[in-house]
Ligand binder design. Sequence first.
Ligand SMILES: Nc1ncnc2c1ncn2[C@@H]1O[C@H](COP(=O)(O)OP(=O)(O)O)[C@@H](O)[C@H]1O
Ligand SMILES: [Mg+2]
Length: 380
Amino acid sequence: MRDIETIGILGGGQLGRMLTLEAKRMGYRVVTLEPLPNSPCGQVADEQIVAAYDDLRAIGELGARCDVVTYEFENIPLASVRTLETDGRLVRPSGDVLRITQDRLLEKAFVRDAGCTIAPFAGVSDPSELEHAIATIGFPAVVKTARGGYDGKGQWVVRNASDARAAFAEAKGAILIFESFVPFDLEVSVICARGSDGTIVSFPVTENQHDHGVLATTIVPARVSDDIAARVKAQAATVGEKLGIIGAYCIEFFVMADQIFVNEIAPRVHNSGHYSLDATQISQYEAHVRAICDLPLVTPKLFDAAVMVNILGTNSGDRLDGVHELLADPDTKLHVYGKRHAALRRKMAHFTVLGDDVAAALAKAETARGLLSWRPSRSR
Ligand SMILES: Nc1ncnc2c1ncn2[C@@H]1O[C@H](COP(=O)(O)OP(=O)(O)O)[C@@H](O)[C@H]1O
Ligand SMILES: [Mg+2]
């Protein structure tokens, strides 16, 4: 058992913010490192170190001030985590986990070797590999940058060879993954948390609807058979075990008839787990804190059906209208991230609606979504 008082978080976005709020409630100090001053996480943490993720001096300072360091997104430089580890700092999840999960090619190969089903894929780093992928994987396909992508960024759906060559040119030399397009019925994910003693707990399987590659809605529990939900949880546990991850993680799947395909692993708390702040007795954020601080992991219990709706910016103003009407519903909780500018498709806030069943929660969520809009701020 480690004696942990201060948690360091690499990354200062909304995931770090919600993680911090839960960690603070549990009595921890939190220091975040993030280049954007007054970040969503920095606003609620004890301290924010304002520095780039590859500033090794600042990274060293974070390590020196904290008993454990974690991250809220996987696109931080591996060298920064390796530096902390070399300095003898505790980083959870480890650099070995980050190395695999920040590279789609390593991640897909890992998941396949763990015995999970995935869409056929090939790595593409030059024109001859592209032609090989076109010939062997075929169309339709999705071309993604192997590293650095999120929220559908760095992705192209390609339907023929000329689309594929255009995507390759647009990627400007980035290493790519060329994967078969899965005509799925629905997408699901599961959040798990694994402790240093190997205990794994899983949250309910959720159903995720995306819009332009960005999560729009999460429905809990997912509308899949018990058999599919059990297979999703079993595969997620196997992957977590084989990775040796310590902390919360999320695995996304495509469901097509009775088949499941792993899409990707996030070695961190995840947007599809936001609902757990309001619908389960421990949230994914608390589960992560428990895992990285060697506290007991308990099985999450779902109180009610839940629907989580992401509120994205529209670039038409920074003030959210309709909150009064939204909050008139006793089963709706609003979470706002403290970002100043509601740029187009930027994740600004979310709300979760609880209901006796999924149909009831969904109906209310659809009405609630229509209440909200952005308008320009009052000038001060
Ligand atoms: N092979 C695929 N077949 C069908 N849809 C896909 C495929 N890969 C990605 N997508 C769609 O794009 C979304 C984002 O892709 P994903 O690989 O999860 O990247 P990100 O890191 O941006 O979340 C997925 O949730 C899914 O809706
Ligand atoms: Mg994804």
